[in-house]
Design a protein around this ligand. Structure first.
Ligand code: NAD
Ligand code: SER
Length: 317
């Protein structure tokens, strides 16, 4: 019997991933947790408060609920971690080790923990960054993700722990706002296009970044977790490519739907983080090992984002 724990479940990814997991495994077999209280548990999935900095609380919740699988999403994202590096490092590394130790002790059978394109930095190829590439991250967040990938590899090789990971690109979604990342501009822009018909981008013109629509990211996560263990060859984290675009390219796409939309630029401290990240990612290994294929491009994602946000914000344009 699969019993799933989701940490950071009220966040941008967790709120959508938990819903999908509940559809697949049944709400009674999913336990959502977060340091925050839900405003409303519209998903009708059992919730418990959990601060993943509390090692004993993690152990208790896993044992008391006979959890078998964990989707460990609680984290501090890149822009916030740049402001609070020590807290970011502690949150983004220690809790992963606690879950890996539980799996080593056979208290968990499978773990999903997300890495990020933020692992790549100085010296890494910017275009079609290969799976096996130097990392050298230039953000504290990226440093913690590289460490996390190392933990995953070691616990897999030494102790046989089944831990699976993806280097998510920047994720774009309409249901839950993103929580302090560098790629958040590509979500903000849709809200501002509908609300104000103008957007001041904190990422500068010409900055290409790897991005992905949330539906593709959720599907990738489920497909990776359901893939036969013996087919998986990457035990750090899989590269994953979705859509690459610059701020002016996403603006041009939005303009096709909102003709008087205008973008301007005021890059801030997040520009340096974005400049250190790849433009695009080579995900050949994910394609080979678990048949990964994205469905959304910039055009279809924009249609979906504007359609859903218009209805959510009750805006007619
Ligand atoms: P998010 O910021 O939207 O959500 C994180 C959640 O963790 C929040 O609900 C927050 O309340 C919770 N949290 C914070 N501190 C906690 C604590 N001490 N204990 C328990 N919960 C705590 O983040 P997200 O975008 O959903 O990201 C989830 C994971 O995916 C992270 O590991 C992130 O690094 C990774 N990732 C996200 C993206 C993206 O674009 N969203 C890209 C790459 C990787
Ligand atoms: N979207 C994430 C961020 O900007 C990438 O990991 O932090």
């Amino acid at each position: 019997m699969t019993k799933i724990l989701v940490t950071g479940a009220l966040g941008q990814i967790g709120s959508e991933l938990a819903e999908k997991l509940a559809q697949i495994y049944g709400s009674e077999n999913v336990l959502i947790t977060d340091i925050r209280e839900p405003e409303q548990n519209h998903l009708d999935i059992p919730y418990q408060k959990l601060d993943v900095n509390d090692e004993q609380a993690i152990k208790d919740i896993v044992i008391n609920n006979q959890i078998t699988e964990v989707y460990h999403l609680a984290a501090m994202l890149s822009a916030t971690a740049e402001k609070y590096p020590i807290q970011g490092w502690n949150l983004n590394t220690n809790s992963l080790l606690t879950f890996l130790e539980l799996a080593k002790d056979k208290k968990l059978s499978k773990i999903f923990w997300p890495s990020s394109i933020a692992v790549f930095g100085r010296g890494a190829a910017a275009d079609m960054t290969p799976q096996e590439e130097v990392t050298n991250p230039l953000s504290m967040y990226g440093v913690a993700k590289v460490a996390g990938e190392g933990f995953c590899e070691i616990y897999h090789q030494k102790y046989g722990v089944d831990v699976r990971s993806i280097r998510y690109p920047g994720l774009i979604s309409w249901k839950t706002l993103p929580g302090g990342g560098t790629t958040d501009y590509a979500v903000d822009i849709y809200y501002k296009a509908l609300e104000d018909k103008k957007y001041e981008s904190f990422i500068g013109e010409g900055t290409a970044l790897p991005m992905m629509y949330m539906d593709d990211a959720i599907r990738a996560t489920i497909e990776l977790m359901q893939a036969p263990k013996e087919d998986l060859t990457i035990h750090t984290a899989y590269n994953l490519q979705g859509i690459t675009f610059t701020p002016e390219e996403i603006a041009a796409e939005i303009k096709k739907h909102i003709s008087d939309f205008e973008i301007s630029y005021a890059p801030d401290y997040r520009q340096a983080i974005a400049d250190s990240w790849p433009n695009s990612i080579d995900d050949t290994q994910a394609q080979k090992d678990w048949n990964w294929k994205p469905e959304f491009d910039l055009d279809s994602m924009t249609v979906e984002m504007l359609k859903h946000l218009k209805s959510k914000l009750q805006i007619n344009v």
